[in-house]
Design a protein around this ligand. Structure first.
Ligand code: AGP
Length: 612
């Protein structure tokens, strides 16, 4: 997945483009490039490495006669996460046609690019990328109208694309098209922007047009024209005002975005609770378009997601089973989409995705929609594909999550789905009023409990110092905290590159216990709950194999087999995952920080996997 930015206007175009793709580096950062059109000549520069390396190596002709405030410039920039062709200068975007009349940046995968390339034998290619095929097709189809050339080109493309291009033939316009990869236009006075997501443009505007599949068009400094392959008419797209400020996409004094986002969790939870809970009543307003009688008839819920969002789904399986007493099925989206599904009526399918752009999750959504099953999205990006395509969508109001390792979005997803579960339980009357209020009360307390954990992280830092050299970790838990063992192990492995596995504690005897020795730290969740005694038995098993045991517990829970106790505020067993995950986020963060890892941009990873 890559980040793309375009600008047309009178600002310092280098500053706008470079600042923009710096805010998109979480989407990919193995190479980057920029192209500006000046005096009807295309200036292009590409490097392997991060945006700052591209910026610091810009040739001086980029800066010469860049008269700001009097001339309108157009330019595009790109930060790459390699899919076709290794990270190299030749494969870095932007790419040009044979005569350098057109230059393009692209995010997505053109699945039929090799077949199309065969039709372009008279063109000279300089990269291994699928993107280059697009720009040569546009060159091939160009007969005086660039819009028509784009229209003819996108009819041939299979797969996903979001591209922006500029041309010497139209020196004051940006051109664009999108399908299945996100693309947003930033609207301002006498200037316009386009990018993969809003964070690249928040510094300049908070008004955005979210493009839809098969949209294409052109943008000048004063006009935006949108067309769609499915219609002959000019398209209208509503302007969305996003109340995120540019400060929110900065680190605000934290060493890493991930740490900032861990500390934002209490505020995120309060925002989500206070905007939906009024006394004993939970109100979702326009987020939930389903009628109460439809929800009352629901007898099966599907929960689908990837990575951390899948872990959210697993936590909610336990929670929904308890309070709704209906059948719950969870699955990883990349598996779900290829199954021989049996979808029945009175099913509600819930798709969880922070970015709202994860390809497998979107593909699963579209399959379920084709089967006329009601769909609910849970995501953090207004205007994202999931936000627009699901029948209803709960916006988790976390603000931009920049760190690749998801933290505040995880707890944000949980709090929103817990409230939604209680909302349905009230309609279905599947729990008593007392139990409803008891759970709601514990949810109210959760931000304060998390603040308590964040108020003193010194012990977790000490544990990180003690264990950062270890090469394997095991995370164990039972019941509703089993997915927290999965999430804690994912956090550690994705930012520190240390191997870690989450396992149901009861599964130890079926194999994993063979791994345990004195060099393997075992993190076990032993907080108050109906299975605590079972967890203690598992604790004995691992201790008798000389493991070093780090336990998450509550005040008053004692065991001589625990070597290191992280004592947490006691809460309802069902609510405990939202609290128990926080020390595991911190443990992973501090270990990775000691190791000097690229915490916000871990190797090989991107923030949103918009390709299969
Ligand atoms: C989580 O820390 C990872 N970055 C990753 O597993 C992520 O949760 C997954 O790719 C799903 O992303 P989404 O929530 O945007 O769909």
């Amino acid at each position: 997945m890559c980040g793309i930015v375009g600008y047309v206007g009178k600002r310092n175009i280098l500053e706008v483009l470079i600042s923009g793709i710096k805010h998109l580096e979480y989407r990919g950062y193995d190479s980057s490039g920029i192209a500006v059109l000046k005096n009807n000549k295309i200036f292009r520069h590409r490097v392997v490495g991060k945006v700052f390396q591209m910026e610091s190596s810009l040739p001086k002709e980029f800066f010469s006669n860049l008269k700001t405030t009097e001339s309108v410039y157009v330019g595009i920039a790109h930060t790459r996460w390699a899919t076709h062709g290794k990270p190299s200068e030749e494969n870095a975007h932007p790419h040009v046609d044979c005569n350098e009349n057109f230059v393009i940046v692209h995010n997505g995968i053109i699945e039929n690019f090799l077949e199309l390339k065969l039709k372009l034998k008279n063109h000279k290619f300089s990269s291994e990328t699928d993107t280059e095929v697009i720009i040569h097709l546009i060159e091939e189809n160009y007969n005086g109208s660039l819009l028509e050339a784009i229209k003819q080109t996108i009819k041939l493309l299979e797969g996903s694309y979001a591209f922006v291009l500029i041309s010497r033939y139209q020196p004051q316009k940006l051109f664009f098209a999108r399908k299945d990869s996100p693309l947003v236009i930033g609207v301002a006075e006498k200037e316009n922007f386009i990018a993969s997501d809003v964070t690249a443009m928040l510094k300049y505007t908070n008004k955005f047009l979210f493009l839809e599949n098969y949209d294409y068009g052109e943008i000048s400094f004063c006009e935006i024209k949108i067309f769609n392959l499915k219609s002959e008419n000019v398209q209208h797209r509503n302007i969305n005002v996003i109340n995120w400020n540019s400060q929110m996409v900065e680190k605000s004094g934290f060493k890493h975005f991930m740490l900032k986002e861990i500390y934002e969790q209490p505020q995120v939870l309060r925002e989500n609770i206070s905007s939906r809970v009024f006394g004993e009543k939970i109100i979702f307003n326009e987020e939930i378009k389903f009628k109460d009688q439809m929800l009352k008839k629901i007898d099966k819920i599907l929960l689908i997601g990837c990575g951390t969002s899948y872990h959210t789904a697993v936590v909610c399986k336990y929670f929904f089973e308890h309070i709704l007493r209906v059948s719950i099925e969870v699955d990883i989206a990349s598996e779900f989409r290829y199954r021989d599904l049996i979808l029945k009526k009175n099913t509600l399918a819930i798709f969880i995705s922070q970015s709202g752009e994860t390809a497998d999750t979107l593909a699963s959504l579209r399959i379920v929609k084709e089967n006329k099953i009601p769909t609910l999205g849970v995501c953090n990006v207004i205007g994202s594909s999931l936000y627009r395509e699901a029948d209803s969508c709960i916006y988790i109001k976390c603000g931009p999550e920049i760190g690749v390792a998801s933290t505040k979005a995880f707890t944000g997803q949980l709090i929103c789905l817990y409230l939604f579960g209680l909302y349905i339980a009230k309609i279905k009357q599947t729990i008593s009023s007392n139990r409803y209020l008891e759970i709601l009360n514990y949810l109210y307390k959760t931000p304060t409990y998390i603040e308590h954990i964040l108020s003193d992280t010194s012990y977790i830092k000490q544990l990180a110092e003690k264990f950062y050299t270890k090469r394997d970790f095991l995370y164990l838990a039972r019941g509703i905290n089993y997915p927290i063992a999965l999430e804690g192990s994912l956090k550690l492995k994705e930012i520190s590159y240390i191997h870690a596995e989450g396992y149901p504690a009861g599964e130890m005897k079926h194999g994993p216990i063979a791994l345990i020795d004195k060099d393997m730290p075992v993190v076990i969740i032993a907080t108050k709950g109906s299975l605590l005694q079972k967890v203690f038995s598992n604790l004995e098993e691992v201790k008798s194999r000389d493991a070093k045991v780090i336990a998450l517990t509550n005040y008053g829970i004692e065991s001589k087999s625990i070597d290191y106790k992280i004592v947490l505020p006691e809460t309802d067993e069902l609510v405990s995952p939202i609290i128990n995950v926080v020390p595991l986020q911190l443990l992973a963060y501090y270990i990775a920080d000691i190791l000097g890892c690229e915490i916000d941009q871990p190797r090989n990873l991107a923030k949103s996997v918009t390709v299969e």
